[in-house]
Structure formats: structure tokens, C-alpha cells
Design a protein around this ligand. Structure first.
Ligand code: SF4
Ligand code: SF4
Length: 214
């Protein structure tokens, strides 16, 4: 008997009493780690408003160009979808490109997108692998923060995120957390646009326009 056979038999004997590491899928499924990253979910606030404010930061952070189409639309008083200035009217993720790295989740300023535990994503048709907002959005009345709960320490109670305001709009001259849907947190001081260079450019433009009028 060669030494290799003895080695092989020893390995078999060593593992004979151990529990199998395989499971009989699909009848049995593995328990996933809390931070497992599967299909994306778009979250809502408790009051039903969507967290996504259509800022494109997730698309910018994506290393695989998987979030390849977001169309942002202005909120109006008649049609308020998110607490920010805008909301994502269209949000498409191409799961054939996605590498489930979670960068989109980390880049999102409002906790709108997380990667959850759905991993059964096979399809016969490549076009089915492009998931649309309607497939990713949480149903109304079932708002969660998803796996953010295990990624981040809970904030202290005095810093807990309030239900976002719905009326105060971002006016373009004051930086406000409400602009990105972080709630009605008053600023200590208004942050005004004081970029001298931009102001000078604007003055030049105005002078040009005035000359045209004359
Ligand atoms: S998980 Fe990574 S690859 Fe997939 S959409 Fe998000 S950032 Fe892109
Ligand atoms: S980063 Fe967040 S809020 Fe901005 S578009 Fe992506 S999901 Fe929406």
C-alpha cells in the first residue's frame, strides 16, 4: 500500500464522525451571516416617504457601473415621494454587473439602499437581471433599515433620526440636512454661498446681458 493511500484513508477516518458541511439545497438552506450582501432593497421612512432622494451618489460609488440608470424627479406639494428636493423616479440596477461589494450602501447619505439576504437571483433571460425600482422598493407600511442595523452602531437617543420634514424645501442658498432627507435638523448658522470666483463670474454674465439689452 503506497503512502498516498494511507494518507487518504487517514483523512477519511478523521472526518467520518464529523457533521457534513454540505446542505441538501433547496430543501435545506444555510443560515446566512447577518452582514450577507444579496439583492438590494430601497427603503422607506416610517411615514411612507421613500428614503432615496435621487442624488446618484450610489451610482458614482459603484465600481462595476451596475447602478446604471437613475432618473430623478422634483417633489411637488401635490406629489411628495421623498423628504428631499427630488426622488428617484427610475432606479435600475443591473445584477449581471453587480459584484455585491456594498459600496452603494456605504455611499448613500439617507440609508436608502442596503443589500439584503435575497440571493436566489438566477434567470434564463439577461434582461430579467435588470431590477427596477418597483422590484426593489419596500412595500408601504413595512419600513425597515435593513442590514444597516448590523453594520452601524445605533445612534444615541438624542441623535436619533426624526421622521423627515415634508414642507421646508432646500432653497439653494442654505445647506440643510433636509435637502438630503436627513430630517428637520436646524442649522446653527446658515451656510451661504460665498464663492467669490462664482460671484465674479455671475457679475460678468449679468454685465454681458445688460450690454445685449442696450
Ligand atoms: S453592491 Fe457594489 S457593484 Fe453592486 S450596485 Fe452596489 S456598489 Fe455597485
Ligand atoms: S445614494 Fe441613496 S439617496 Fe442617492 S440615489 Fe443612491 S439610493 Fe438614492
Amino acid at each position: 500500500m503506497s503512502f498516498d493511500i494511507i494518507k487518504g484513508m487517514a483523512t477519511t477516518l478523521r472526518n467520518m464522525g464529523k457533521k457534513p458541511t454540505t446542505v441538501s439545497y433547496p430543501e435545506q438552506e444555510r443560515e446566512l451571516p447577518a452582514r450577507f450582501r444579496g439583492l438590494h432593497v430601497l427603503h422607506r421612512y416610517d411615514n411612507g416617504l421613500e428614503r432615496c432622494v435621487g442624488c446618484y451618489l450610489c451610482a458614482g460609488a459603484c465600481p462595476a457601473d451596475a447602478i446604471y440608470y437613475i432618473e430623478a424627479e422634483e417633489n411637488t406639494e401635490e406629489n411628495r415621494v421623498s423628504p428631499g428636493e427630488r426622488y428617484a423616479k427610475v432606479f435600475d440596477v443591473n445584477l449581471l454587473r453587480c459584484i455585491f461589494c456594498g459600496y452603494c450602501e456605504a455611499a448613500c447619505p439617507t440609508g436608502a439602499i442596503t443589500l439584503e439576504h435575497q440571493y436566489k437571483l438566477a434567470s434564463y433571460f439577461p434582461e430579467d437581471m435588470v431590477y427596477h425600482k418597483e422590484q426593489l422598493l419596500e412595500p408601504e407600511g413595512q419600513a425597515t433599515i435593513g442590514t444597516s442595523a448590523v453594520w452601524f452602531e445605533p445612534p444615541p437617543s438624542e441623535a436619533a433620526q426624526p421622521i423627515p420634514q415634508e414642507t421646508q424645501m432646500f432653497d439653494g442658498s442654505q445647506a440643510s440636512a433636509a435637502a438630503v432627507g436627513l430630517g428637520n435638523i436646524p442649522n446653527e448658522e446658515p451656510v451661504l454661498l460665498t464663492n467669490e470666483e462664482q460671484d465674479e463670474d455671475r457679475r460678468k454674465l449679468q454685465r454681458g446681458k445688460n450690454r445685449e439689452k442696450v
